[in-house]
Design a protein around this ligand. Structure first.
Ligand code: TRP
Length: 335
């Protein structure tokens, strides 16, 4: 295949930190499946990143498996894409060492996530937490990824990865693709059900604020019944009606109907009925993910087959890049 026909490569790392929210799903995750036709996608559960804060080993193992199953349940096809667990491919850590030697202490000191996490875990400011962005750069560069889907909180890290790539290329000759941020086309922003001016968050302390994509129907209905609305009575999308706007947005995403159609559908109806309808629609919308997830978690042998195959393909792909980087930097060939 001519080089111009090569599909672009997308790399994405996902922390094994629990279930996605409806907000994650609608804003990002649900687009990952369709993306696989347009790009060569590589998805990794980044367990090596996860240990930069202290983790209970049994919990880490469990969450890594769950995270992996969740990716497949959300429509990532392990035949089309490379889906693997980061620690299964040693090349990330290997390249990370090399890249660390072209990264400045000062640059890493400026990372706002490091500063935040260091403040939060003052008793464990370990070297891994400090060099985390170098490992992230290695994740991306070892596949010569063209694009990286990221949220705002990872922008600074991606910028650093780009700088590292450029610097390496200048010092040792053209080597790495300089990755771009991948900005998804759609992506409605889903807000908290309790404080609809705030983003729906995984770590919200109020259990009624967040829908998780594996919530069962009863839980979903209960949370929507308790969703905050306003003192008005009209179901229309308008300034200052944050609660209703959020529910309309959610209903529109779950049903695929446009907002004006949703407004028409509920004209003259009460908030109570509306909230139930939104709950029903979301439960139906998420049901296939939940069913598929349960099926996968029941078939550990299949999951293991997938991640073993994923690791092998990831290794082969990244090894070409690592070998080349080793050569450029002056390490002696041994094969
Ligand atoms: N740091 C990312 C996060 O916390 C996860 C991550 C690790 C990642 N390696 C990556 C994301 C490479 C994109 C590309 O969400």
């Amino acid at each position: 295949m001519a080089d111009t026909e090569r599909k672009k490569v997308i790399f994405s790392g996902i922390q094994p930190t629990g279930v996605f929210t409806l907000g994650n799903y609608v804003g990002a995750v649900r687009n990952w499946g369709p993306l696989q036709d347009e790009y060569d996608c590589i998805y990794s559960i980044v367990d090596q990143h996860a240990i930069t804060v202290r983790k209970d080993p049994a919990k880490l193992r469990q969450q890594t498996v769950e995270g992996y199953a969740l990716l497949l349940a959300c429509g990532i096809d392990p035949k089309k894409s490379i889906v693997f667990i980061q620690s299964h491919n040693p090349n990330h850590a290997q390249l990370s060492w090399v890249l660390g030697c072209v990264t400045q202490f000062g640059e890493l000191s400026r990372m706002t996530q490091f500063k935040d996490k260091a403040a939060k875990h003052a008793d464990d400011i370990n070297a891994g937490l400090f060099t985390y962005p170098v490992l992230m750069a290695a994740d991306i560069l070892t596949y010569n990824a063209d694009a990286v889907p990221i949220g705002d909180d990872q922008r600074q890290h991606l910028e650093l990865a780009r700088n590292i790539a450029v610097r390496f290329n200048q010092r040792y000759g053209d080597m790495f693709t300089v990755p771009e941020a991948y900005i998804p086309k759609v992506g409605a922003r889903i807000k908290s059900l309790q404080e609809p001016t705030k983003k729906m968050s995984k770590s919200d302390e109020n259990p009624n604020a967040t829908i998780y994509i594996l919530d069962d129907k009863d839980t979903i209905m209960r949370k929507f019944r308790r969703a905050v609305t306003d003192s008005d009575t009209e179901i229309r999308f308008a300034e200052g009606k944050d609660g209703i706007n959020n529910l309309l947005t959610i209903y529109s995403c779950a049903t695929g109907k446009g907002i004006p159609d949703c407004e028409k559908e509920f004209a003259g109806k009460g908030y109570g009925d509306f909230k139930l309808a939104v709950g029903e629609a979301v439960a139906d919308y998420l049901e296939p993910v939940r069913t598929e997830y349960a099926r996968l978690m029941d078939d550990r042998a299949y999951l293991k087959e997938c991640w073993t195959d994923g690791a092998q393909r990831a290794f082969r792909m990244s090894n070409k890049v690592l070998t080349k980087a080793y050569r450029k930097i002056g390490f002696v060939d041994y094969r």
